[in-house]
Design a protein around this ligand. Structure first.
Ligand code: C5P
Length: 356
């Protein structure tokens, strides 16, 4: 027999963490002939992550998915199952057997809010592809993995980068961007160059699911600002991150970054209650507040995890006493997350290494 090793011999499930992403910038450059929008966005993965566990099923069974935590909607529509099917199709030729790679059972702990502008579903899909290939013992080249990811959704290729990246095109053109300088150990870590723990993000996600296509439609219909400020801020940040910046440099850019989301007016057109909510957050936090992706997750940057956690407590308390109200039937999701940044520059493009 040639091809992959017998997957039945694998011990235990394959486990993957599927990180959320945050758009530090998001510029919409125009509409493409295929109806998608041309983007320029600096995206960072966060240590807020879903957990996916994947096991091989016996012959004669079908892929299955069990979800705990946030409700992502009907299981049959879940990107994890679509990712398994697509991975099986791509893996079959290298699998070395006539029958396709076997069915998979997945358990997904959803800790990332759904339809929140944090790309949780896209990250789950990227993790599902990776876990499926490992469970089957199949190797796919970088090109094939990228095609497979782009097929699954515009945000999925970003998660192959394994760190901060610039996403262009409809999101499928991903350039790994350097690093936050760090003193941590390991190939993926959080920046701690400025103070213990380094900068952290406060995330506040009102309990209103926002449809990304609806937000892009609102942009098409004119809910947008002109002037290209987001594009400029995005290009600037991409260039700086490519070379490597410190947490404190990121902090210094917080107000520019918080304003650098071209989808913010369109998200407000889809969910008008976001406008007074953001105003209230600005008053409450007294610092710049940005929107991730098509929303409704808002973010604020802090110099340390402790400061962000303290702000999170204040936000929860203000919500508890009715001082801060958020749209939606439930209180918002409030969390503190760190950026998962590389500790070394990515291999491409080649740049001489700069020491912190
Ligand atoms: O690629 P994905 O299926 O995740 O995109 C969801 C929707 O978001 C698309 O159907 C499209 O309406 C919109 N979109 C867009 N331009 C992009 C990415 C997404 O118009 N670059």
């Amino acid at each position: 027999m040639t091809g992959a090793p017998d997957p039945a011999r694998r011990l235990g499930p394959v486990v993957r963490l599927a990180p959320a992403k945050l758009n530090l910038t998001l510029a919409v450059l125009g509409v493409r002939p295929d109806g998608y929008h041309e983007l320029h966005s600096v995206m960072v993965p966060l240590d807020l992550a879903d957990r996916l566990s994947v096991s091989i099923l016996p012959p004669g069974t079908a892929d299955s998915l069990h979800v705990d935590g946030f409700d992502p909607g009907p299981v049959a529509d879940n990107l994890v199952l679509r990712a398994f099917a697509a991975a099986r199709r791509h893996a079959h030729p290298t699998w070395g057997r006539e029958e396709p790679p076997p069915a998979l059972a997945a358990r997904l702990e959803k800790r990332i809010p759904v339809a929140a502008g944090l790309a949780g579903g896209s990250s789950d899909a990227a993790a599902a592809v990776d876990a499926a290939l490992e469970a089957w013992g199949v190797e796919l080249g970088a090109g094939a993995r990228h095609r497979l990811a782009a097929e699954l959704g515009s945000d999925v290729p970003f998660f192959l980068a394994g760190g901060p990246a610039l996403a262009e095109g409809r999101g499928e053109r991903v350039t790994p961007l350097g690093w936050l300088r760090t003193a941590s150990v390991g190939d993926v870590s959080v920046d701690d160059s400025t103070r213990p723990g380094g900068p952290a993000l406060l995330l506040i996600t009102p309990a209103v699911a926002i449809s990304t296509p609806a937000v892009f439609r609102a942009w098409d219909e004119g809910a947008r600002v002109t002037g290209g400020a987001a594009r400029l801020a995005s290009a600037h940040l991409a260039e700086e991150l490519r070379k490597g910046i410190r947490g404190q440099d990121l902090m210094a850019r917080a107000s520019v970054l918080a304003a650098a989301n071209d989808l913010a007016p369109a998200a407000a057109a889809v969910e008008p209650a976001l406008v007074p909510f953001k105003r209230a957050l600005l008053r409450q936090l007294g610092r710049p507040v940005g929107l991730s992706g098509s929303g409704p997750t808002h973010w604020a940057l802090y110099a340390s995890h402790a400061q962000a956690a303290e702000a999170a407590d204040r936000v929860r308390a203000a919500i508890g006493v009715g001082e801060l109200t958020a749209p939606g039937p439930r209180p918002p999701f409030v969390a503190v997350a760190r950026i998962l940044a590389r500790t070394t520059q990515p291999a491409e493009p080649q740049e001489p290494r700069r020491e912190p």
